[in-house]
Write a protein that binds this ligand. Sequence first.
Ligand code: F6R
Length: 246
Amino acid sequence: MQYQVFSREEQVGQAAATLFAAQLLRKPTTVFGFATGSTPIPMYRQLVRWYEEGVLDFSYAHSFNLDEYCGLPADHPQSYHYFMRENLFGGINMPAAHIHVPNGNPKQQDDAGWAAEGEAYDMAIAEAGGIDIQLLSIGANGHIGFNEPDEVFIRDTHRIKLTQATIDSNVRFFDSEDEMPKTALTMGIGSIMRAREIVMVITGPNKADIVHQMMHSEINPKIPATILHAHPNVRVLLDEAAASKL
Ligand code: F6R
């Protein structure tokens, strides 16, 4: 796992955008893996700017997002479908048919329905040729995607119960805790680890402890991000605040 520290958060976004842009310029049919949350926003802004300036063309690229809350319609302002439209897809020319975000609101919302959604999502990734470059950040509890701390790693895309730590950290986006979904559909650890390259962006002082734990712990499902030690091509881009305990 290689890491690089930048003095400011915006530089992390610029550096990540540069890696994603270079990948697209090298391979116009790139399959991207994208993440939501506050950390990737500066990177998405830069990609939109480069598209507007005519530097990038996403018309042959495809994308798969990591996760989506269960039970929220795609047009709900806190859904990750909505987030991606607002922050990236609405500003670039990737065709709608090439954009994939897990369906958190399928018709059949029972165990079999969620399992079928997960299976179809992993199948769609495989049919697209697999993810070339996956963007990740990290939750303060060590989650990647919504793979929460657990006794085991779960390989495939699946429905997960969010931990109280995740609910506490994301409730700020909802009017109340009651309104926030308590489950999500997330790419599994295997789905993430199959990406050919992983770029992780981490900023802010509230991530300093988990960054230290991720870097210095053995692979362990109680800190899901430690699995990245087993990936041959991971680059972690940090600001000084997130790197302050290294
Ligand atoms: C989002 C996701 C999560 C976030 C993580 C950090 O798609 O998969 O793992 O990356 O919760 O979120 P922020 O960037 O808001 O701190």
